[in-house]
Design a protein around this ligand. Structure first.
Ligand SMILES: Cc1cc2nc3c(=O)[nH]c(=O)nc-3n(C[C@H](O)[C@H](O)[C@H](O)COP(=O)(O)OP(=O)(O)OC[C@H]3O[C@@H](n4cnc5c(N)ncnc54)[C@H](O)[C@@H]3O)c2cc1C
Length: 382
C-alpha cells in the first residue's frame, strides 16, 4: 500500500479547520473496525477522523508505506511497472485507491475574475480569517458550499451564494438521521448495474448536509434566514461583471420535488417493512423560499465582493497513470471497479458499485467484491 503523504492524508491536509464529517459516527465503519465511542449520533472532527483511520491502519496490519509518491504506472511484463519516489517496482495487479477528490474542480470563469478579488478553493480555504475583509461570493451550493457560506456569514461577512443544481436533504427525518434512512431503506445499496442513469448518478452533487452537535439542517432556507443572499448559477463574466442565470424558482422546485420523492421512498419502505412504529410520524418541509428579487449580475470591480470561494466540486488526478484508461473528461473507465486493463482495479469512486461507494462506510462491500475479482484474476493460469 503506497501513500505519498501520511495515513489519512486527505483528511489531514485537504480540509478546512471547522469541518466535521456529515456522516454520523456510527456510520464510520471500515472492514472489521467501527466507531465505539460514546456519541454514535455525533459527527467526527478532522482530528478524530485522522485518528480513526490511523487506528484502523494499525489494527488491520495493512503494510502501508508512507511518503511514497507513485509517479507512473504502465503495463509491462504481464503486469504493471511503477515508478515511485522510492524507486521502481513491479506488480501483477494494481488497485487505484488514490481518491475521487484530489483537486478542486474550478470552472474557467476563474480566469476572467478581476485581480482585485481574492480567489480560494475548498483545498486552500481553512478559516474565515484568511479572507480579506468584506463581501464573499461562494460558488456552488452542495455540502462544501453551504457549509462555507454559513461559516463565512457567521464570521460577520456579507455572503452571496451562487446556486446551481443541488441536493436538498433534512438532517433528520422522523427522528432519525437522514443517512440512517439512506442506509436502512436500501437506497445507499442500490447497485451501479441496476441504476437507470448511472452517468447521472455518478455526477450527482453532494447533499446539503452538515455535521453539528445540534443536528441542524443546513438548506437554502437556513442560509436565507442567516442573511446569505442567493443568486443563480454563475454563467459568465462580462466587463468585470459576474452574470448569473435566472430561474431560481425552477431550480428550487426541482430540488424540493426530488427531496419529497426520496422522503416518499423512505415512508414506503417504513410502511412495507413494518418499521413505522420505530420512527416518528412522516414529515414534510416548507418549500425553498425564493428571494423576492434576485440579482442577475454583480460588479466584481466595485469592491462589494472581495473574495470568491469556489465550492464547485472535486476531480481525481490520474496524471501519474500511463495506461490509456482515462476518458476525455478525466474519469477512469471501469466496470464496477474493474478497470479497462487486465489486472487494474479501482476503489473509492462515485457509485463505483453502489450509491454509498464514496463514503467511508461504503468501501467495505465494494472492496470485498473488487478483491474477489482480483483474486480470481490472479488465480487464472498463465
Ligand atoms: C470535503 C469532503 C468531505 C467529505 N465528507 C465525508 C463524510 O462526511 N463522510 C464520508 O464518509 N465521506 C466523506 N467524504 C468522502 C471521502 O473522501 C471518502 O469517504 C474517503 O475519504 C475516500 O477515501 P479514499 O481513500 O478513497 O480517498 P482519499 O481519502 O482521497 O485518499 C487517497 C489517498 O491516495 C493518495 N494518493 C493519491 N495519488 C497518489 C499517488 N500518485 N501516489 C501515492 N499516493 C497517492 C493521497 O495522498 C490520499 O491519501 C468527503 C470528501 C470531501 C472532499
Amino acid at each position: 500500500m503506497l501513500e505519498r503523504g501520511e495515513v489519512a492524508n486527505s483528511w489531514r491536509r485537504e480540509r478546512w479547520d471547522s469541518l466535521r464529517l456529515l456522516t454520523p459516527n456510527w456510520q464510520s465503519r471500515l472492514p472489521g473496525f467501527r466507531y465505539e465511542g460514546l456519541e454514535p449520533d455525533g459527527y467526527m472532527t478532522m482530528g478524530e477522523v485522522t485518528e480513526f483511520i490511523e487506528r484502523f491502519a494499525k489494527v488491520s496490519g495493512v503494510p502501508v508505506r508512507t511518503g511514497v509518491n507513485v509517479t507512473s504506472v504502465r503495463q509491462a511484463g504481464g503486469g504493471y511497472r511503477l515508478a515511485t519516489s522510492s524507486g521502481e517496482m513491479h506488480a501483477q495487479t494494481v488497485v487505484i485507491a488514490s481518491g475521487a477528490c484530489n483537486q478542486p474542480a474550478v470552472p474557467a470563469l476563474r480566469d476572467s475574475v478581476p485581480p482585485s478579488v481574492g480567489q480560494f478553493t475548498s483545498f486552500g480555504y481553512r478559516h474565515p480569517g484568511q479572507l480579506p475583509d468584506g463581501g464573499v461570493l461562494v460558488v456552488g451550493a452542495s455540502a462544501t458550499g453551504v457549509q462555507l457560506a454559513a461559516e463565512l456569514r457567521q464570521s460577520g461577512r456579507p455572503v452571496t451564494l451562487s446556486v446551481g443544481e443541488h441536493v436538498r436533504l433534512p438532517r433528520t427525518y422522523r427522528g432519525r438521521d437522514v443517512l440512517w434512512w439512506m442506509d436502512a431503506s436500501g437506497v445507499w445499496d442500490q447497485r451501479y448495474d441496476e441504476l437507470e442513469d448511472l452517468t447521472r448518478a455518478r455526477r450527482l452533487p453532494s447533499p446539503q448536509l452538515v455535521g453539528t452537535a445540534e443536528r441542524a439542517t443546513l438548506d437554502l432556507n437556513a442560509l436565507t434566514s442567516m442573511g446569505v443572499e442567493l443568486v443563480g448559477r454563475w454563467a459568465a463574466v462580462r466587463d468585470g461583471r459576474a452574470l448569473f442565470s435566472g430561474g431560481l424558482r425552477n431550480m428550487f422546485s426541482l430540488a424540493d420535488l426530488k427531496m419529497v420523492r426520496l422522503l416518499d421512498t423512505f415512508d414506503e419502505w417504513a410502511r412495507t417493512s413494518g418499521r413505522d412504529a420505530e420512527v416518528g410520524p412522516p414529515e414534510r418541509f416548507p418549500p425553498t423560499r425564493v428571494p423576492e428579487s434576485t440579482r442577475l449580475q454583480l460588479d466584481l470591480q466595485s469592491g462589494e465582493i472581495r473574495a470568491i470561494v469556489w465550492a464547485t466540486g472535486f476531480r481525481p488526478d490520474y496524471g501519474w497513470l500511463d495506461v490509456p484508461v482515462v476518458d476525455a473528461k478525466g474519469q477512469l473507465r471501469h466496470e464496477g471497479g474493474v478497470v479497462d486493463s487486465p489486472g487494474l482495479y479501482a476503489l473509492g469512486l462515485p457509485v463505483l458499485r453502489r450509491r454509498k461507494s464514496t463514503f467511508i462506510y461504503g468501501i467495505e462491500d465494494d472492496a470485498r467484491e473488487v478483491t474477489d475479482h482480483l483474486a480470481r484474476y490472479l488465480a487464472l493460469p498463465g
